[in-house]
Each structure stands twice: as structure tokens, then as C-alpha cells.
Design a protein around this ligand. Structure first.
Ligand SMILES: Cc1cc2nc3c(=O)[nH]c(=O)nc-3n(C[C@H](O)[C@H](O)[C@H](O)COP(=O)(O)O)c2cc1C
Length: 199
């Protein structure tokens, strides 16, 4: 499917039909998510993939729509990573391996210092969350491109998720994305007309 058609057909799927997605599809989707852009290429996300029915049932009460959670094949839990020192280090290592010239490396390092290394934990969480939402975009459009459905969900209890999934302190669950095959057809798209969104 061409990308414009993917965007037209993707919809927030509130109930799934219970079928399990093949692991190959999940792997393909994770690869599309991995390739998402991020500021300074810091990729400040960690994703927990849930497929175990018991775990989905345990998490369901901590979500706004338990039925969506339990009927989904898989649930991606997107966490914002605030351990900037590690991320900067990994990004710089990757640039060295790729043979990026020293001058550019120095510039990127300076930008990292000015833009992220100076932030406190709350600011880091916000900064990383913005990046996570780009990865989420790849997830929802990627799912449709690969032939299945998804729903971005912020109505959930992050601290409950942290406790149940034993998420480390430097990671913050910020959005979840149930995946599967939709049980109902998409509703018509309700969107503002173009003139309303142009300044
Ligand atoms: C960041 C984000 C958070 C969302 N959170 C929820 C949610 O918690 N529960 C839900 O049912 N839908 C959620 N949605 C889905 C939106 O309600 C939906 O995308 C919007 O109504 C447009 O409908 P469509 O995606 O089917 O075109 C979320 C969407 C986004 C982008």
C-alpha cells in the first residue's frame, strides 16, 4: 500500500478480533519504529513488547479501555529514556564507527550539551517524550502498511505500568500502542478542513 493510502486507512482501533499477529510482522514493525527520526539522533526510547495474555489481563485495569488491551494481539509500551549521558555516548560511538568527521562530532557534542545534558529529569522526560511520539507515528502508520491495526493510547496509568512491568527509574512509560486486527470497520475520518489548520 502506498503511504498516502496507509494514512487514509489507519484508524484508532478500539477493539481487536483476538487473532495473534505473526512474530515476523512484529519484527518488521519494530524495524520501522527503530528507523524513526529523533533530535540529535538520540533515539531516547525503549519499547516493551507485551504478548502474554496473562500480562495483558494484568495491565488491562490500568488502561482506559480494558477491552482494547485484552483483545489486542500485542501491546507496545513506549518509554521515554532520560539517561541522556548514555544516549549521547552511544550516538557518538555510532558516529565514530560510521566515520563521521571530527569537526561534525564536536559540533554534535556541543549541541548535546546545550540541548539535553543540561536538562533536569522532568525536562529530559518532556524532551524524550516528544521524540517518542515520532516513533509512535512510525508504529501506527507502519502497522497499517504491514496489514494490521493499532491505537495510540495515552489514557493509562504509567506508574501502574512501571510497577507491573518493573520499568527502571530512568524510563517513563508515556504512550502505549495495542496492535492487532480490528474487530470493527473504521469510522469516517473527522478532521478540520485544510483552511482551519493553515495559519
Ligand atoms: C497521542 C494520542 C493519544 C491517544 N490516546 C487515546 C486513548 O487514550 N484512548 C483512545 O481510545 N484513543 C486514543 N487516541 C486515538 C485518538 O482518539 C484518535 O487518533 C483520533 O480520535 C482520530 O481518530 P483516528 O485515529 O481513527 O483517525 C490517541 C491518539 C493519539 C495520537
Amino acid at each position: 500500500m502506498e503511504f498516502p493510502e496507509v494514512v487514509r486507512q489507519r484508524y484508532a482501533t478500539k477493539r481487536f478480533d483476538g487473532r495473534t499477529l505473526p512474530q515476523g510482522k512484529i519484527d518488521e514493525l519494530l524495524e520501522l519504529i527503530r528507523l524513526a527520526p529523533s533530535a540529535l539522533n538520540l533515539q531516547p526510547w525503549k519499547i516493551k513488547v507485551i504478548s502474554d495474555p496473562e500480562m495483558k489481563a494484568t495491565l488491562a485495569p490500568a488502561t482506559g479501555n480494558p477491552e482494547m488491551t485484552t483483545t489486542a494481539s500485542h501491546i507496545l509500551v513506549f518509554c521515554a529514556d532520560t539517561e541522556m549521558e548514555t544516549l549521547v555516548g552511544k550516538t557518538m560511538d555510532g558516529m565514530v564507527k560510521a566515520g563521521v568527521p571530527g569537526q561534525i562530532m564536536t559540533h554534535v557534542r556541543e549541541l548535546c550539551e546545550q540541548m539535553v545534558l543540561c536538562l533536569d529529569t522532568q525536562q529530559r522526560k518532556e524532551w524524550s517524550t516528544h521524540q517518542v511520539f515520532l516513533a509512535l507515528g512510525n508504529a501506527v502508520n507502519g502497522a497499517k502498511a504491514l496489514g494490521f491495526d493499532s491505537c495510540p493510547v495515552t489514557e493509562f496509568k504509567p506508574e501502574e505500568f512501571r510497577r507491573i512491568l518493573n520499568v527502571p527509574a530512568h524510563l517513563f512509560p508515556v504512550v502505549i500502542c495495542p496492535l492487532g486486527y480490528g474487530a470493527q470497520p473504521a469510522n469516517p475520518k473527522l478532521r478540520f478542513p485544510l483552511e482551519d489548520i493553515l495559519l
